[in-house]
Ligand binder design. Structure first.
Ligand SMILES: [Fe+2]
Length: 209
């Protein structure tokens, strides 16, 4: 059974000064709707921050982030220097059952970046877990997956604690910044459990059990 339901959102890192250009592209060319605009997710941080703008397409979203350098360089600008303008920083996957997937993923060798967060990420309330980077190295320059679960009915929505949207984006920014500050360059996945004799499964028809 697949643990993942669908792509929830994709987050692109924009070069300094380009977030408006990319918002125009996603809104006017692709037809998305700007549903949240935060121009400084960490206004009290003397070191660095970022903008996060959330564009909705109905069934999924695109988030644009742009770094704000202050005393220090923003991790978003480190990412852009490494990967280029409008490069994909993370893809968020909506899970059927986030806790069940996390337990399974950890048992197979996966490492979260930090604790599961319950918050409004700009698209709405969710539970979310950011993983460490796919590749070994500087946490700000790594691409990584986010695994999340949105409430799918009123009862589930009531069951999650509501924290409001000026925190959107702050969660992963802080977790990645903590990893940079601590020099944590370890990757998301430890592949030691992958059998040396693992055989790629035969192709099957889509949707076949
Ligand atoms: Fe995200």
């Amino acid at each position: 059974m697949s643990h993942l339901r669908k792509i929830d959102h994709v987050t692109y890192a924009c070069a300094p000064g380009t977030i408006e250009q990319w918002a125009w592209f996603h809104i006017e060319v692709e037809g998305g709707t700007l549903i949240k605009r935060i121009d400084d997710v960490r206004p009290d941080d003397a070191d660095s921050s970022m903008k996060i703008w959330c564009i909705d397409y109905g069934d999924f979203g695109i988030a644009l982030v742009e770094g704000i350098d202050r005393a220090a360089k923003s991790q978003v600008n480190d990412f852009v220097d490494r990967h280029g303008d409008h490069s994909c920083q993370h893809v968020a996957y909506d899970c059927h059952n986030l806790e069940a997937f996390q337990a399974h993923m950890k048992s197979m060798g996966g490492h979260p970046r930090g604790e599961t967060l319950v918050r409004d990420d700009g698209f709405g309330i969710l539970k979310q877990m950011f993983a460490k980077g796919y590749a070994y190295g500087h946490a700000g320059e790594a691409t990584f997956p986010e695994y999340c679960q949105r409430p799918r009915n009123a009862a589930e929505a009531q069951a999650v604690t509501i924290t409001f949207s000026n925190e959107a984006g702050e969660g992963f920014y802080k977790q990645v910044q903590d990893a940079i500050d601590q020099g944590d360059e370890t990757p998301f996945f430890d592949f030691s459990q992958m059998p040396a004799d693992w055989v790629v499964p035969a192709e099957r028809k889509r949707g076949a059990a």
